[in-house]
Ligand binder design. Structure first.
Ligand code: F6R
Length: 606
C-alpha cells in the first residue's frame, strides 16, 4: 500500500526521495509524487504511473533543487489513480503525504467546505491537509495536535509547512513509520529498505508520536509535545538483502533464498536437538496448558496456518481453528484465557490481522505472533513474538516468508506434542533433525527449475486451472493456486481432491490443466483415483509427488518428483515447484512479476 518518505539533510533531496521510493515499490502503487522546498517555496511534482514516469516528468519539466522534502507512492483507495489524486496534497501553507485511510473524511470535508475551502481531488488525504491549514496559526505542532484530535482511521503522515523550509513533520497511527538518522541527515519512511542505502540506524515510531526532522536531526515527541526517548535500532541486514543479487526478479531470488531462510529461522530455536521456543516466553508448561489454538492471518500467511493446523493436530492432538482475519474479527469468536491465538504476518502491519490480535488480547487469550518484519505493529502488540528470519521480502507474491512461517509451525508442533506427551523425546528429536535436513532437500528441488518452466509454458494459454490435493496437500494446493492467480492472472481454484465430484468436476473440459499434489502416502491411491476422474474428462494433469513413485500415462502428462522425507514435513519441499510454476507462468506471459496489478505488499487497510 502507499509508501511515504521524507528527507532533511544536505543531499539532492529529490534524488534521495526517488531512490527511497524505489525501495518501497514492492508495497504496490499506481502513482507517485514528491514535494521539495526550493528557495523557500514548496514545489510539487506528481503523476499517475510508475516512478520512472515521475522521474521523466521531473527531468522534462525541471528538477526540484532542495535539501528538504517528502515523497509518496499511492495505492488508490479514495479516487482512481490519476495525476490529481496523486500525493502530495495541500494548501498554500501546508503540504502532506499520507498512508492509510481517514474514515471520517466526509464529515470533515463538509465542515471545511462550509468554511470556504475547495477541493481538487477525491482523496481523503486532501481533507487532512486542509484541516491542518484551517488550524495552522504559525505553530505546526499545535495544528497537528488539533488535527489528531479530529481525524479517525489509520495514518502515517509526512507534512511540510511553508513557513518552516527546513523541516518535515510526521505522525502515525496504525500505519507504519520509521525515522532514519545519519550524519547531518534524517529520514522518515514507511519501511527500513527505503533508508538502508543511507543509514542503518533508525527509530520505530509508536502510535500518535510526532516526529520533527529539522536541520538534519530527528526529534520525537508524544502527543502533548513532550520529548520521547527511544531505543535506536540497527538494521541487521544490508543493501544486498534488498537487491536482486543477479536474479531477474525478486521473486526468483526469494524462492532461491528459501534454504537459507529456513536455516536462519530454525537454528537459533533448536537446543541440543530439541525445539526451544523459550526466547519468547513460551515454556513447555505454558504450551501444554492450552485447550484450543486459533490461527488468524490473511492470504498466504493464512495458508501457512492451514499447514500448521494439520501438523499440530496430527502430532499434538490439540484442536486448531484457522481463520481469515477479516472474518475472525467480525464473527464474535469464542475465546477464553485457556486459548492461544497465533497471528501470522510477514509485514506485521496487515490491518485485519492486527485488529484480530487486539480483539484476542481484549478477551484475555494469550497471543503469539509469527512475524517477519522486526518492530512491526503486530510484533510489538502481541504477548509473545517469534520472528521469522527471512530477511526483507520484496516481491509482492510471498514465498520465503511463507516457508519460514511453516518452519516455525513445525517447531511449535514438535514442542507442543512433546509437552503434551503425545510424542516421545526421541521422536521429537528425530523430527527436529529431519526438519534441519530440509534446506538441503530444497536445494535439490530448486534444480528442477527448468522442468517447472517447461510446465509453465503449457499453462500460459489456459483460461482456468484446478489444483487438487488431500490433507496437507490440499493446504499446499491453496497456496499453489493463489500464487498462480496473483502473478499470472490465470483463474485457478484449489479443491480437496475428494470434493471435486460434488460439483466442480463439471468445469473440467478437454485440455484443462489440473495440478495434483500427492505427497501424503496414505492418501496417495485416493488422490490417484480422483486424478483419473478428471483425466477421463479430458484434463491435462501435472502430478507433484515423491520421485520414486511411478506415474502411468493414464494418470498424468507431467510429473514433478520430490525427495522423500516424513510425509508430515513434505509441504516444505513440495511448495517449491508450485512457486516456480507460478513464477515462470507469469514471466512467460510477460507480466510484472514482482509488482502484480492491483496488489499491495503491505495491506494496511481493512
Ligand atoms: C500473497 C501474499 C498475501 C499476504 C497477505 C498477508 O502472495 O503475499 O496473500 O500473505 O496479504 O500479508 P502479511 O503476511 O504481511 O500479513
Amino acid at each position: 500500500m502507499c509508501g511515504i518518505v521524507g528527507y532533511v539533510g544536505k543531499k539532492d533531496c529529490t534524488k534521495v526521495l526517488l531512490d527511497s521510493l524505489k525501495k518501497l515499490e514492492y508495497r504496490g502503487y499506481d502513482s507517485a509524487g514528491v514535494a521539495v522546498f526550493e528557495n523557500g517555496e514548496i514545489k510539487i511534482s506528481k503523476s499517475k504511473g510508475r516512478l520512472a514516469v515521475l522521474e521523466q516528468k521531473l527531468q522534462k519539466e525541471g528538477w526540484i533543487n532542495g535539501t528538504c522534502g517528502i515523497g509518496h507512492t499511492r495505492w488508490a483507495t479514495h479516487g482512481e489513480p490519476s495525476d490529481i489524486n496523486s500525493h502530495p496534497h495541500g494548501s498554500a501553507r501546508v503540504t502532506i503525504v499520507h498512508n492509510g485511510i481517514i474514515e471520517n473524511y466526509q464529515k470533515i470535508k463538509a465542515f471545511l467546505i462550509k468554511k470556504g475551502y475547495t477541493f481538487e481531488s477525491e482523496t481523503d488525504t486532501e481533507t487532512v491537509a486542509k484541516l491542518l491549514d484551517y488550524y495552522y496559526e504559525g505553530d505546526p505542532m499545535a495544528a497537528i495536535q488539533k488535527v489528531l484530535g479530529e481525524i479517525e482511521g489509520s495514518y502515517a503522515l509526512g507534512m511540510m509547512f511553508k513557513d518552516f523550509p527546513n523541516r518535515v513533520y510526521a505522525v502515525r497511527k496504525d500505519s507504519p513509520l520509521i525515522v532514519g538518522v545519519g550524519e547531518d541527515e534524517a529520514f522518515i519512511a514507511s519501511d527500513v529498505p527505503a533508508i538502508i542505502k543511507y543509514t542503518r540506524n533508525y527509530y520505530l515510531i509508536d502510535q500518535d508520536e510526532i516526529v520533527v526532522l529539522d536541520d538534519g536531526k530527528a526529534g520525537i515527541y508524544d502527543i502533548h509535545g513532550m520529548p520521547v526517548d527511544k531505543e535506536l535500532m540497527t538494521a541487521d541486514w544490508d543493501m544486498e538483502a534488498a537487491e536482486k543479487g543477479g536474479y531477474p526478479h525478486f521473486m526468483l531470488k526469494e524462492i532461491n533464498d528459501q534454504p537459507t531462510a529456513i536455516k536462519t529461522t530454525i537454528t537459533p530455536r533448536i537446543n541440543e536437538g530439541m525445539p526451544d521456543l523459550s526466547e519468547c516466553g513460551m515454556t513447555l508448561e505454558k504450551l501444554s496448558g492450552y485447550q484450543n489454538i486459533f490461527v488468524v492471518a490473511c492470504g498466504t500467511a493464512m495458508h501457512a496456518g492451514l499447514v500448521g493446523k494439520y501438523v499440530i493436530e496430527q502430532l499434538a492432538r490439540v484442536p486448531v481453528t484457522v481463520d481469515v482475519a477479516s472474518e475472525f474479527r467480525y464473527r464474535n469468536p469464542i475465546l477464553s484465557d485457556k486459548d492461544l491465538v497465533i497471528v501470522v504476518s510477514q509485514s506485521g502491519e496487515t490491518a485485519d490481522t492486527l485488529e484480530a490480535l487486539r480483539l484476542s488480547k481484549n478477551v484475555g487469550a494469550d497471543t503469539l505472533a509469527i512475524v517477519n518484519v522486526k518492530g512491526s505493529s503486530i510484533a510489538r502488540e502481541a504477548d509473545m513474538v517469534l520472528y521469522t528470519h527471512a530477511g526483507p521480502e520484496i516481491s509482492v507474491a510471498s514465498t520465503k516468508a511463507y516457508i519460514v512461517q511453516i518452519a516455525v509451525f513445525y517447531l511449535i508442533a514438535f514442542e507442543l506434542a512433546f509437552a503434551k506427551g503425545a510424542i516421545s523425546e526421541e521422536e521429537c528429536r528425530r523430527l527436529t533433525g529431519v526438519l534441519q535436513s530440509v534446506p538441503d532437500l530444497i536445494n535439490v528441488v530448486l534444480q528442477q527449475a527448468e522442468q517447472c518452466k517447461y510446465i509453465a509454458s503449457k499453462l500460459i494459454n489456459a483460461g482456468n486451472l484446478l489444483y487438487i490435493g488431500r490433507g496437507l496437500d490440499y493446504a499446499l494446493s491453496m497456496e499453489g493456486s493463489l500464487k498462480l492467480k496473483e502473478i499470472s492472472y490465470i483463474h485457478s481454484e484449489s479443491y480437496a481432491a475428494g470434493e471435486l465430484k460434488h460439483g466442480t468436476i463439471s468445469l473440467v473440459t478437454e485440455g484443462m490443466p489440473v495440478i495434483a499434489v500427492a505427497t501424503q502416502r496414505e492418501l496417495f491411491d485416493k488422490t490417484v483415483s480422483n486424478v483419473k476422474e478428471v483425466k477421463a474428462r479430458g484434463a491435462s494433469v501435472i502430478f507433484v509427488t515423491h520421485s520414486y513413485k511411478t506415474i502411468e500415462s493414464d494418470v498424468a502428462e507431467y510429473k514433478i518428483g520430490l525427495p522423500t522425507i516424513d510425509d508430515i514435513l513434505m509441504p516444505l519441499p513440495a511448495v517449491v515447484p508450485l512457486q516456480l510454476i507460478a513464477y515462470y507462468t507469469a514471466v512467460l506471459k510477460g507480466n510484472d512479476v514482482d509488482k502484480p496489478r492491483n496488489l499491495a505488499k503491505s495491506v494496511t487497510v481493512e
